[in-house]
Design a protein around this ligand. Structure first.
Ligand code: FAD
Length: 459
C-alpha cells in the first residue's frame, strides 16, 4: 500500500479551508498552519490598525485583515458559496444577498465544523520557512513557531494560502508623495470614518474599496476627491454627495465637456483652481497641496491610498525557482503550480478580479487530484512554455506585470479548471455570474449592484 502524502497548508482563510477539505477527501494527511488564533483570514475583522499606516515599516506588528467595520460583500451569497455548502441556504443576519463580514465569518466557521477541518488547524502558528530540500523527490521543510516554540517538519507538498490583501501597494510614483508632510494612509488601515471628520481627503484608486470608503468618508469629511488612473471612470462631481468629486485620466477636453464642475466650496480648495476640472494627481508638494493634471490644486489634509496590495511571502525559499515580485508570483502554470516543483508546491487564491470562493474551490480540487495522481499535469516544459507564452501575450497587449494575476472575470478559466476534475458549473450559478459581469460592464462600479438587484431582488 502506498503511503498517503503529508501536505502542509499555510493559512486558514477561505483558500486554506477549502484546500484542506479537498485534500482530506483524497485521504491525504493535512496540517493547516494558521498564525492567528482563529480561522477566516480576511473575514476575521480586526479593529486594530498598524503603527505605520502605510505599511512600510518591516518591523511593525502586522494586522492581517483589511476589512473596514461597515463592509458588506460586493458579491451575492450565491457567488460566495461552495458547491455542496451554500451560503444562501444559511440564515445569518437578514435575507439580503449581500451580507456583512460577520456573516461570512460565521459561514466559514460552519463550513470548517461541518467538514471537520478545525482539528486539522494549528492555530497561533506562524510559518517562517518553506524550503525545497530535494528537487528530485520534492520534499519541503516547513519551519513554524507556536507561542515562541520553533518546529521543523518535513512535508511532501505545500499549498500556500496566505492571502493577497495584507501588504499595501502604494502610489509611490506621484512626484513628491514620499516627502508629502501630511497624513497618508492605506485602505488596509481604514476601519471607520470618524478620523476623517471635517478633513479634505484625497482618495487614490477606483476599486470597490475606494468607492465604498469614499462614500463613507463623505458623510463626515469636508471634501473627498477620488483620483484614478483608469481612463474608464467618469470625471464628475458625485450625484450622491455634494462634497465628493471623481477625477480621472481623461483628456482635458473630454472631461470638460462631460462635467464642467466648478472649484471646490472650500476657500482652500479655490485658491489654485483653474477651470474646475480636477483630474488625476499630477504632483503633491511640500506645503501640502495636491495638484491634479489640469492644474487644479487642493490643500488636502489626508491622502488615502486605495491602491491594492502586493504579494509578501517572506517564508518562501525556492532557490530562485519561484520569484515573488510586487504583484507577480512566477512562473505559475494556471496561476497555481510552479512547473519545476509541481505538484508539490502550489498557490491558491492569488487571482484578482474574479469570484474568489468559486475559483478557490476548483483550484483546490485540481491540486488535491494532482497530488493523489487522479489527474496528471502536463510536462514541466509544457507548463513553463505556456506561462512564457502568457507573459509574451501580456507584453504584446501592453499589459503591465502587475496585472499578471488579474483574471478580468473570465469564465473560461473557471470552466477549464472545473473540467480538470470532471466538474461543471451549475447553470443557475453560471447565469448569475454572467449577469453580474454584464451589470458591472454596463453600470460600472457605481451602479452594478442596483442593476443586479433589478433581476435578482433585494440586497
Ligand atoms: P486570507 O483570507 O487573507 O487568509 C490567509 C490566511 O493565512 C490568514 O488567516 C492568515 O492569518 C494566514 N497566514 C498568512 N501568513 C501566514 C504564515 N506565514 N503562517 C501562518 N498563517 C499565515 N471576496 C468575496 O468573495 N466577496 C467580497 O465581497 C469580498 N470583499 C472583499 C473586501 C475587501 C476589503 C478585501 C480586502 C477582500 C475582499 N474579498 C472579497 C476577497 C477576499 O480576500 C477573499 O474572499 C478571501 O478572503 C481570500 O481568502 P484567502 O484564504 O486567499 O486569504
Amino acid at each position: 500500500m502506498t503511503r498517503s502524502l503529508k501536505v502542509a497548508v499555510i493559512g486558514a482563510g477561505v483558500a486554506g479551508l477549502v484546500v484542506a477539505r479537498e485534500l482530506q477527501r483524497e485521504s491525504l494527511q493535512v496540517v493547516v498552519f494558521e498564525k492567528s488564533h482563529q480561522l477566516g483570514g480576511t473575514w476575521a475583522y480586526d479593529a486594530r490598525v498598524e503603527s505605520d499606516l502605510l505599511g512600510i515599516d518591516p518591523n511593525r506588528d502586522v494586522v492581517h485583515s483589511s476589512l473596514y467595520k461597515s463592509l458588506k460583500t460586493n458579491l451575492p451569497r450565491e457567488l460566495m458559496s461552495f458547491t455542496d455548502f451554500k451560503f444562501d441556504e444559511k440564515v445569518y443576519g437578514g435575507p439580503g444577498m449581500y451580507t456583512g463580514h460577520e456573516e461570512v465569518l460565521k459561514f466559514l466557521n460552519d463550513f470548517a465544523r461541518h467538514f471537520e477541518l478545525i482539528e486539522l488547524i494549528r492555530f497561533n502558528t506562524l510559518v517562517t520557512r518553506v524550503e525545497v530540500v530535494d528537487l528530485d523527490i520534492t520534499e519541503f521543510v516547513v519551519e513554524s513557531n507556536t507561542n515562541g516554540v520553533n518546529y521543523v517538519e518535513m512535508f511532501d507538498a505545500v499549498v500556500v494560502c496566505t492571502g493577497r490583501n495584507t501588504q499595501p501597494r502604494l502610489a509611490t510614483d506621484i512626484p513628491g508623495i514620499k516627502t508629502w508632510p501630511r497624513k497618508q494612509m492605506h485602505s488596509h488601515n481604514y476601519r471607520v470614518p470618524e478620523p476623517f471628520r471635517d478633513q479634505i481627503v484625497v482618495v487614490i484608486g477606483n476599486g470597490p474599496s475606494a468607492v465604498d470608503i469614499s462614500r463613507e468618508i463623505a458623510m463626515v469629511a469636508k471634501e473627498v476627491h477620488m483620483s484614478s488612473r483608469s481612463p474608464l471612470v467618469k470625471v464628475a462631481k458625485s450625484d450622491k454627495f455634494n462634497n465628493m468629486w471623481q477625477h480621472s485620466k481623461r483628456s482635458r477636453s473630454s472631461s470638460a465637456q462631460q462635467i464642467g464642475i466648478r472649484a471646490s466650496g472650500s476657500k482652500r480648495g479655490n485658491r489654485k483652481a483653474s477651470q474646475g476640472i480636477r483630474d488625476q494627481i499630477n504632483c503633491v508638494s511640500e506645503d501640502g497641496w495636491v495638484t491634479f493634471q489640469d492644474g487644479f490644486s487642493i490643500d488636502a489634509d489626508i491622502i488615502l491610498h486605495c491602491t491594492g496590495y502586493k504579494f509578501h511571502l517572506p517564508f518562501l525559499r525556492t532557490n530562485g525557482i519561484v520569484s515573488v515580485e510586487d504583484k507577480r508570483i512566477g512562473p505559475l502554470y494556471k496561476h497555481v503550480f510552479p512547473p519545476r516543483l509541481a505538484p508539490g508546491l502550489s498557490f491558491v487564491g492569488i487571482l484578482e478580479r474574479t469570484f474568489p470562493f468559486i475559483i478557490m474551490e476548483c483550484q483546490s480540487r485540481w491540486i488535491a487530484h494532482a497530488l493523489s495522481a487522479k489527474v496528471s499535469l502536463p510536462s514541466e516544459d509544457e507548463m513553463l512554455s505556456e506561462v512564457l507564452k502568457y507573459y509574451e501575450e501580456m507584453k504584446e497587449k501592453g499589459l503591465p506585470e502587475h496585472s499578471t494575476h488579474q483574471l478580468g472575470f473570465q469564465l473560461d478559466y473557471i470552466d477549464w479548471m472545473w473540467a480538470q476534475t470532471g466538474m461543471v458549473m451549475e447553470k443557475n450559478i453560471r447565469n448569475m455570474i454572467e449577469y453580474w459581469i454584464y451589470c458591472l460592464m454596463t453600470a460600472g462600479i457605481d451602479g452594478y449592484m442596483d442593476l443586479f438587484s433589478q433581476k435578482y431582488g433585494i440586497y
